[in-house]
Every structure is written in C-alpha cells, then in structure tokens.
Design a protein around this ligand. Structure first.
Ligand code: HEC
Length: 205
C-alpha cells in the first residue's frame, strides 16, 4: 500500500506567506549606495564620477562616435554629404529600409499618403515641398534619429548607417519625382520602351 500523503497544515502556509511578505518590505534596493552624473567622488583619481571614454572606445551604435554621424549636423550645420561613399548599393539599401520603415506613413513616393495616414494618422508634409527639396541629406538623418513633432524617433530601430542610406534614398526619390526626360540616360530611356513623354517633359510609365 502507498503511504498517504500528509497535507501541510494551513497555518504553516500562512506563517510562511507572512514571513515572505515582511521580508520584502525593506527599501534596500532604493537605498543602496549609488552615484549621480557629474557628482564628485573620492573613488576616482580625478575626483569625478563622470569618467572620460577610454581611447579606442567603440560606439555600441556602430560607426563613428562623432556626434554628426547621428545628428546629421557638423560644425558647418546640416551636412550635405554622406560620411561614407555614396554607391548604388547604399541607395538600394536605403530604398529597402525606406519601404519598410517610412513608406507606411510617407508613402512610396514621399507624398505623405501611406496606409497608416489613410487610416487616420496625421499626414506629414510631402517630401516634394520646396522646403524639403532644399533640405540637405543631414536634415533627414536628424529627423530619423530624433523624431519630428508627432513622428517618433527611429534611433532604436534604424542603425545610423541605415539612416544615412534612407536619407540618401529620400534625396534620390525627390530627384526622381522632379526629373525631366533630359535627366534620363539614353540607355535607360530605350528601356522605358513605349512610355510616353508628356508635354511637361516628365516621363509617365
Ligand atoms: C507612423 C507614421 C510615420 C512613420 C513610420 C515615419 N514618419 Fe516621418 N513623419 C510623420 C509625421 C506625422 C510627420 C509630421 C509630424 C509633425 O509635423 O508633427 C513626419 C515628419 C517627418 C519629417 C519632417 C518633415 C518636415 O516637415 O520637415 C521627415 C524628414 C520624416 N518624417 C522622415 C521620415 C523617415 C525617413 C521615416 C522612416 C525612417 C519616417 N519619417 C517614418 C509620420 C511618420
């Protein structure tokens, strides 16, 4: 015969629960020794809590540590050039990332008519506005990093090199929407086949 299982007396369970509840009442976590930024500290040789980055420190955000890589601005203001070479691969990567992260609101052509906007999200300005046509590539990097008004920042989702790639693609997108037939290389024009140039000189596909 199997021995019958002894049930734990209810009172013992109650006492155990009370002990556990009381034990968690201390404020040890909140009151442990800690330091605040810029506080003085006798612990470090220079007397400051805030320590300088060691030489050769590598940014967790990849790429350079230079702030302009994230903000799109350097000492001369908004940057007009990428901090790395502009290649077809960069623009293609930018298109892929733009289509994933931005087109849902800004639309595939940057008109600001993406699906989320059609469903009620506030409509952003068209990238074809003169003010935004004039905005240098660094402006777009800054907006992706920091957000803009009701648009939340994308810094946690889009790594810095992709922000530059997206920004480069937005500039290419703007160019494409304002191009004339003369801007299309002859070889590409032949590929357009029977597309008809309109009277304003832009090609409709
Ligand atoms: C969820 C919708 C949404 C997504 C996704 C989104 N945006 Fe926006 N964006 C907006 C809205 C809305 C505004 C205008 C915000 C305002 O004026 O308060 C805006 C503003 C901007 C502006 C500033 C335009 C100006 O008027 O100066 C830029 C540049 C921009 N977005 C780029 C991007 C890029 C690049 C991406 C992709 C990484 C992106 N946005 C993703 C909604 C979005």
């Amino acid at each position: 015969m199997r021995p019958q299982r002894r049930s734990v007396p209810l009172r013992a369970v109650g006492v155990l629960a009370l002990v556990l509840v009381l034990a968690s009442c201390g404020r040890n976590m909140a009151e442990q020794p800690s330091a605040r930024a810029f506080e003085a500290s006798p612990f470090f040789a220079d007397g400051s809590v805030q320590q300088r980055l060691l030489e050769g420190t590598v940014s967790r955000e990849r790429g350079g540590i230079d702030a302009s890589y994230f903000s799109g601005q350097d000492a001369d203001g908004l940057m007009r050039d990428l901090p790395f070479d502009l290649t077809l691969e960069v623009v293609q990567r930018g298109k892929e990332r733009y289509d994933i992260y931005c087109s849902v609101c800004h639309g595939y052509t940057g008109e600001g008519d993406g699906m989320i906007v059609q469903r009620g999200f506030p409509q952003p300005s068209s990238f074809q506005q003169q003010r935004l046509l004039d905005a240098p590539v660094g402006y777009y990097v800054g907006v992706i990093t920091n957000g803009f008004g009701r648009m939340f920042p994308y810094a946690s989702r889009v790594p810095p090199e992709d922000r530059w790639a997206i920004a480069a693609y937005v500039k290419a997108l703007q160019l494409s929407q304002n191009a004339s037939v003369d801007d299309v290389p002859d070889a590409a024009l032949r590929d357009l086949g029977d597309s008809t140039p309109t009277s304003e000189g832009s090609v409709r596909r």
